[in-house]
Design a protein around this ligand. Structure first.
Ligand code: NAD
Ligand code: UDP
Length: 341
């Protein structure tokens, strides 16, 4: 069945890859993005790869009048909601901006959907909702904890809001997708992650050191209780993640109410394993030094991806070499991100 999917935040990193996957699967896509951290160039490139363009509406997900108009004018059958702010440190400094964007934005979107009679919803959540002291690997049965920052709490609040909504009205079909660590870029080298300023995340930091934009990688902590003392995470290729969204959307045909799926590989890698995998893929040596731990970091976690495999028929296909190869190809072809073009 061909869908018309409203993709909020579709000009951003994960949203642009998912928009491409939706177009390639034959769906029609309407992107709503206020461009606070996205780029229209990403959408032009998505169109180039897909051979057809998503429709683009520049606007804010908190704009109720705009949302009402979008639903009135387009035959939207489902919504994928990526729009939000995601920098943990910034969320500590500016909690009101985070709750407004992430919580009030999601609320406005659900209200507009309810009024328009659209009830299929895919939400970008995060593994950060699991408790700090939860046993590893994290499965969907692992109790959620109390996230340590406003960003994480905003994700948990929206998860709860969606659960209440599904409880109140049986027409809702909701997929809450808890991402582990999205990395990499599309194989074409045309779309990828374009962080503004100095990257917070490991892989864009590594690739920017490798192209000479940054001097060396600071490895945050060398004394964690992990095999080599550095932090361990479950990195997942963004194209696999995008595919997981398609599978979740299709699964909402059978799954009513509120559903949650982890999107991870089930495999953890340490920071030093990431550095070595990058060196292997790029043929470059990466300068790094062991630095103090970063406040708020957990030693290690990874996903149990069995539920997504069982219920969505989805598993991550791309391993570390592909993640590194594609991240590196993107960085080399676009040293200034989308501003390079
Ligand atoms: P991103 O910043 O690249 O994309 C988000 C997009 O949303 C941007 O294009 C931005 O301009 C847009 N946006 C933000 N607020 C908006 C608003 N109020 N109205 C309209 N558009 C708005 O981020 P991403 O990495 O693609 O993340 C997408 C989603 O996935 C976010 O909700 C994020 O919290 C979640 N997530 C990301 C990660 C990660 O590591 N990247 C991990 C877990 C969850
Ligand atoms: N990390 C690091 N140096 C950096 C950025 C990240 O050593 O410049 C480490 C971080 O401590 C964690 C892992 O890399 O162990 C992944 O961090 P990222 O910020 O990408 O994701 P998060 O930990 O927030 O899930």
């Amino acid at each position: 069945m061909t869908e018309t999917v409203l993709v909020t935040g579709g000009a951003g990193y994960i949203g642009s890859h998912t928009t491409l996957a939706l177009l390639q699967a034959g769906h029609d896509v309407l992107v709503l993005d206020n461009l606070c951290n996205g780029s229209p160039e990403a959408l032009r490139r998505v169109a180039r790869v897909a051979g057809r363009a998503p429709r683009f509406i520049e606007g804010d997900v908190r704009d109720a009048a705009l949302l009402a108009r979008v639903f009135a004018e387009h035959p939207v059958t489902a919504v994928m909601h990526f729009a939000g702010l995601k920098a943990v440190g910034e969320s500590v400094r500016e909690p009101l901006r985070y709750y407004d964007n992430n919580v009030a934005g999601s609320l406005a979107l659900c209200q507009a959907m309810q009024s328009a009679g659209v009830h299929r919803f895919v939400f970008s959540s995060s593994a950060t909702v699991y408790g700090e002291h939860a046993p590893i690997p994290y499965s969907e049965a692992t109790p959620v904890g109390r996230p340590t920052n406003p960003y994480g709490r905003s994700k948990l609040m929206v998860e709860d809001l969606l659960a209440d909504l599904a409880q109140s009205d049986p027409r809702w079909r909701i997929a809450v997708l808890r991402y582990f660590n999205p990395v990499g870029a599309h194989e074409s080298g045309l779309i990828g992650e374009d962080p503004s300023g100095i990257p917070n995340n490991l892989l864009p930091y590594i690739t920017q050191v490798a192209v000479g934009k940054l001097r060396e990688l600071a490895v945050f902590g060398g004394d964690y209780p992990t095999p080599d003392g550095t932090g361990v995470r479950d990195y997942i290729h963004v194209v696999d993640l995008a595919d997981g969204h398609l599978k979740a959307l299709h699964a909402l045909g059978q799954h009513t109410g509120w559903n949650v799926w982890n999107l991870g590989t089930g495999q953890g890698y340490s920071v030093l394993q990431m550095v070595r995998a990058f060196e292997d893929a790029s043929g470059r040596r990466l300068p790094y030094r062991i630095a103090p731990r970063r406040a708020g970091d957990i030693a290690q976690y990874w996903s149990d991806p069995a539920k997504a495999q069982r219920e969505l028929g989805w598993h991550a296909r791309r391993g570390l070499p592909e993640m590194m190869r594609d991240a590196w190809r993107w960085q080399q072809a676009n040293p200034q991100g989308y501003a390079s073009s």
